[in-house]
Design a protein around this ligand. Structure first.
Ligand SMILES: C[S@@+](CC[C@H](N)C(=O)[O-])C[C@H]1O[C@@H](n2cnc3c(N)ncnc32)[C@H](O)[C@@H]1O
Length: 229
């Protein structure tokens, strides 16, 4: 287990993403502020892919550890009304908005990269899309640990095959909101390389399939890991 993070760092990350939403740093698209990669158009392939994962792997519960504005997840929930869904996000603003917009669904304000808060809720399928690339590398590592610890059947995360070294350039973090540390400008990450590959393998998950995701310049994929028997 990694060392627990000091509480002030966790608060700082929440503040940083709250400020990102408050200042509309990712822009306003399709009536949502989680970024251009979260629109209906940008997520069409991912929704189609997850729909098939849910049916083929008999998924009964989904945990999205960084749900954002829920623009595309709502489509999936409507397609599978009997699947239990829990949405987490570190931003209190976005969680409060989701509670107002989707009163029938469950949302919690949680830092899913926290090494302090212990286990996240368990679910058949755990989703973490377009998130780790905005975190410091050590937080991204904690997030992948928590995600894989919580998934009983499968995990879907974002990966970039064209990255040759995840450590390269990690010391030059640029905050999304000036002078607010904890949320950083986008950096591509490859889940097939260190420090991520061991986390997946040590928890007995293996890559099973994927779909293309929104960022074409970085060979972005939404990859499915399933638990080996
Ligand atoms: C670029 S948005 C993507 C939202 C959503 N996953 C999607 O694909 O549309 C990233 C989201 O991750 C959330 N986030 C970042 N770090 C987090 C953390 N440690 N725990 C929970 N949510 C986090 C942010 O607040 C933001 O809503």
């Amino acid at each position: 287990m990694s060392q627990p993070q000091p509480q002030r760092d966790l608060n700082r990350m929440a503040d940083a993403f709250d400020a990102t939403y408050a200042q509309i740093k990712w822009g306003s698209h399709d009536g949502q502020k989680s970024g251009p990669g979260s629109t209906i158009e940008a997520t069409r392939e991912c929704v189609r892919f997850l729909d098939s994962v849910i049916r083929e792997r008999d998924v009964r519960s989904i945990l999205d550890v960084s749900c954002g504005n829920m623009r595309w997840q709502k489509l999936l929930i409507d397609m599978h009304p009997n699947v239990k869904f829990i949405g987490l996000d570190v931003s209190k603003t976005v969680i409060e908005e989701n509670r107002r917009n989707f009163p029938g669904l469950k949302f919690e304000c949680v830092n899913s990269a926290s090494a302090v808060s212990g286990r996240l809720p368990k679910a058949d399928l755990v989703i973490c899309r377009h998130t780790m690339m905005h975190l410091a590398l050590e937080d991204a590592v904690n997030m992948l640990r928590n995600v894989t610890d919580s998934a009983s059947k499968c995990v879907c995360v974002t990966t970039h095959d064209n990255v040759r070294d995840n450590f390269h350039g990690q010391d030059s973090r640029v905050p999304i909101v000036k002078d607010v540390e904890g949320a950083y400008k986008w950096k591509a990450l490859n889940m097939r390389l260190a420090p991520f590959e061991d986390i997946v393998r040590n928890r007995s998950f293996a890559e099973f399939g994927s779909c293309k995701d929104a960022n074409k310049h970085h060979n972005e994929r939404f990859v499915l890991y399933t638990r080996c028997a």
